[in-house]
Write a protein that binds this ligand. Structure first.
Ligand code: HEC
Ligand code: HEC
Ligand code: HEC
Ligand code: HEC
Length: 181
């Protein structure tokens, strides 16, 4: 029994340590990522994102159409104030306020960090240039387009959902680094 308790304590400790590490990854916002990811030679990820629907996902919630959808679903609040809309239409929703950096703006909609992870610890040039370090510090990378990632939002829970063809949809937001392709 004694050993079993020790084991439980050890697991609890490991859990506490790992959760603490996660705790320091703060959302810095798309403008911060965009400072380095905007040159045409590097693939102008910022520009591609700005032209995508993800950049407007919050503004969409401020429309009359959105308020109508929210009302039809029985929500008493405006769409842009309804957690059940915000959770898919902005980055960092529901995250502890202390993990939201000063430059982060919810109004910027579905930003880089929704897909690549909160960037406070990997955004520095030194870390970013070393893929392994960046990943250790919270950056999420993908071998290929991650269909499951898309489907956390592109699914039937979305009131306007029809279907999701990830290849077609990815083509609309693809943002490769030219040299790597
Ligand atoms: C100080 C400049 C700088 C900032 C700020 C920055 N990056 Fe980077 N990023 C880089 C550089 C340099 C690379 C390496 C590019 C290469 O390999 O050609 C990179 C690579 C990446 C990669 C590709 C990783 C891989 O190997 O597949 C991703 C994804 C990425 N950055 C996302 C972000 C996100 C999201 C943010 C904001 C949270 C951000 N970056 C902020 C400079 C920066
Ligand atoms: C599960 C994630 C999710 C939730 C929850 C969600 N949305 Fe969306 N919303 C999406 C996605 C993804 C799209 C784009 C494609 C689609 O309709 O599936 C979208 C698109 C929209 C559009 C644009 C439709 C168009 O035809 O251009 C409106 C308006 C909208 N949502 C309003 C709302 C409102 C209001 C709520 C809350 C009642 C809400 N959404 C909740 C994911 C979600
Ligand atoms: C955090 C939730 C979320 C995730 C994750 C997400 N999306 Fe979206 N996406 C949205 C919302 C919300 C909209 C609707 C924005 C609007 O119209 O205002 C949207 C719209 C789009 C659109 C424009 C819709 C159209 O019919 O042209 C494309 C393309 C798209 N997403 C592709 C993707 C792909 C590919 C992935 C995965 C790599 C992905 N999205 C992941 C929330 C998300
Ligand atoms: C909807 C999710 C989503 C959003 C938003 C998003 N990315 Fe990505 N990004 C991906 C996926 C998925 C890949 C991997 C694609 C692949 O491997 O084919 C990727 C790849 C990258 C790469 C590596 C490209 C390469 O060729 O190696 C960089 C750099 C990058 N993203 C930067 C950004 C920046 C900067 C932003 C915001 C301006 C951003 N991403 C927004 C999903 C996203």
């Amino acid at each position: 029994m004694k050993y079993r308790n020790l084991f439980i304590v050890a697991i609890a400790l490991i859990f506490a340590v790992t959760t603490n590490a996660q705790d320091k990854f703060e959302y810095v916002g798309v403008k911060t990522c965009g400072m380095c990811h905007k040159k045409a030679d590097d693939g102008e990820q910022l520009k591609i994102w700005e032209a995508s629907a993800h950049a407007n996902a919050y503004k969409t919630l401020q429309t009359e159409e959105a308020d109508k959808i929210a009302a039809e679903k029985g929500f008493k609040t405006k769409a842009a104030e309804t957690a059940d809309c915000l959770k898919c239409h902005v980055s960092g929703h529901g995250v502890d306020a202390k993990l939201i950096g000063k430059k982060f703006k919810m109004e910027d909609g579905v930003q880089c960090e929704t897909c690549h992870g909160p960037g406070s610890e990997y955004k520095s040039k030194k870390v970013m240039e070393n893929r392994e370090e960046a990943v250790k510090n919270g950056m999420l990378v993908f071998e290929d387009v991650d269909k499951e990632l898309c489907q956390t939002c592109h699914n039937e829970e979305s009131p306007t959902f029809v279907k999701f063809d990830y290849k077609e949809m990815w083509a609309k937001i693809a943002h490769p680094i030219p040299a790597a392709k």
